[in-house]
Design a protein around this ligand. Structure first.
Ligand SMILES: Cc1cc2nc3c(=O)[nH]c(=O)nc-3n(C[C@H](O)[C@H](O)[C@H](O)COP(=O)(O)OP(=O)(O)OC[C@H]3O[C@@H](n4cnc5c(N)ncnc54)[C@H](O)[C@@H]3O)c2cc1C
Length: 418
């Protein structure tokens, strides 16, 4: 490939410098893809965490259950040839001067910018800073939670029954700990996988010994320095020496509030992942990727944000292509996909489900915890779910991509540790 030293829409000149803010999977994927596209200019990767880039999915799984925390580092060496600014946080974006300000006082001028700052756990308003109360997003969070789980004797209250909460609960059961999931919704996960499959997930928890308190609100945490219990609206107090709060995430956009980029539950982008400015037009040379990015999906005809690993990888690659090739790059039309590991079951979901979609079990049986299910809207396949049916789900994935004619971005597994 011939070397690409320019950035689409950018005036030719030197030095060329691309800054990536966010040193996690989307940012690393973008950096790697920039080099693959032949970008030979300067590449600076800024990340708040001091750890070298690592993968998050094991944090709620093996990091809590294995004999020791596994090596989750992403292979971000060699080929990227970047200058790393780890332990530095971007605090401001100045689009007029085309600079990113860091918390250590440095300002980084850029020709191209990749915004990949991900998400952070949504905080529970009544949670006091008490020992034993945890959120789970980072490697440091996982170390702290694991230490408390090792010492726990009474039980764990998991607040929020979404994927992170469900995985943490399963990991606690694998450690032999009593666990209760508390969720305000009558059925966790229902908006994503529908009532029948959400009920099945609840059944799986129950048969694995997880207590469920659904349609329940947490009103307070008991204890002076460490949590001793969690009080529910019903008056019940759950005995717990560890509480894990997993009530969703919010995009990390605080550093962008004064920048003029359009923010709406994420950084708003067009179908080429180009960040939109206040005028609604793309800001030249600025793209976003990963959990932070809300982009106009060409297939779905609306702006969506996806909080899953494969999207972060593929979107990082697509953002890099957009930066170097502009709208000669393919619009980003990936079909959402995620997996989750709970109680020894690999749950996989591809596509998008809407209320009223028709659900059919097509292969295997839910009672065996090994099956595939289709979701159809007016007869058209829109999504599929599998329990321990990986190859079948991958076939559905290909069908959905072909049906959308999207030329969905291939995921390059070279950077992952999956
Ligand atoms: C415990 C856990 C388990 C998961 N399991 C699964 C799973 O099984 N399947 C699945 O599909 N997905 C899973 N995910 C989701 C997946 O990990 C995310 O979708 C993915 O990490 C998103 O990548 P990202 O690079 O967009 O953002 P992030 O991984 O959130 O990374 C953003 C990075 O940017 C840094 N940053 C933020 N603000 C700044 C700033 N101002 N300056 C500099 N740096 C900044 C952050 O410190 C962070 O390192 C899981 C997530 C978690 C937390």
């Amino acid at each position: 490939m011939t070397g690409v030293t320019g950035i689409s829409n950018m005036p030719p000149g030197s030095p060329m410098r691309i800054v990536v803010v966010g040193a996690s999977i989307a940012g690393i994927s973008a950096a790697r893809a920039l080099r693959r596209h032949g970008y030979e200019g300067q590449l600076i990767i800024v990340g708040s965490e001091t750890h070298p880039p690592y993968d998050r999915p094991p944090l709620s799984k093996q990091a809590l259950t294995a004999e020791s925390i596994p090596d989750m580092r992403l292979d971000a060496s060699g080929a990227i040839q970047a200058e790393w600014r780890l332990g530095a946080t971007a605090v401001e974006l100045d689009l007029e001067r085309r600079e990113v300000a860091l918390d250590d006082g440095h300002r980084l001028a850029f020709d191209g910018l990749v915004i990949a700052t991900g998400t952070t756990p949504r905080r529970l308003p009544m949670a006091r800073p008490l020992g034993g109360v945890h959120y789970l997003r980072t490697l440091d969070d996982a170390h702290a939670l694991r230490t408390d789980l090792v010492a726990a004797t009474r039980g764990v209250a998991v607040i929020g029954g979404g994927f992170i909460g469900a995985e943490v609960a399963a990991s606690c059961r694998a450690r032999g700990l009593p666990v209760t999931i508390v969720d305000a919704a009558p059925l966790p996960l229902e908006p994503v996988i529908g009532p029948e499959m959400a009920e099945l997930c609840a059944q799986v928890h129950r048969e694995q010994g997880v207590q469920l308190r659904l349609g329940a609100a947490v009103v307070s945490f008991e204890g002076e320095e460490r949590v001793e219990g969690v009080e529910l609206g019903s008056g019940e107090i759950l005995d717990a020496d560890v509480a894990v709060i997993g009530i969703g995430v919010v995009p990390v956009t605080d550093w962008l509030t004064s920048s003029g980029v359009t923010l709406d539950d994420g950084v708003v982008c067009d179908q080429w992942l180009r960040v939109l400015g206040a005028s609604g037009q793309p800001v030249p040379g600025v793209v976003a990727a990963g959990d932070v990015c809300r982009w106009r999906h060409p297939g779905y005809g609306e702006a969506i944000r996806v909080e899953h690993w494969e999207n972060a990888v593929a979107q990082g690659e697509a953002a890099a292509a957009s930066l170097v090739r502009g709208d000669a790059a393919a619009p980003y039309a990936a079909i959402p996909y995620f997996w989750s590991d709970q109680h020894g079951i690999k749950i996989q979901f591809v596509g998008r489900r809407h209320p009223g979609d028709e659900l059919t079990i097509v292969d295997g049986a839910p009672a065996d915890r090994r099956f595939a299910a289709e979701y159809r809207q007016d007869g058209r396949l829109v999504a599929a779910l599998g329990f321990n049916r990986s190859s079948r789900i991958m076939r559905y994935r290909r069908s959905l991509v072909e049906a959308a004619g999207s030329g969905v971005t291939r995921v390059h597994h070279e950077i992952g540790v999956q």
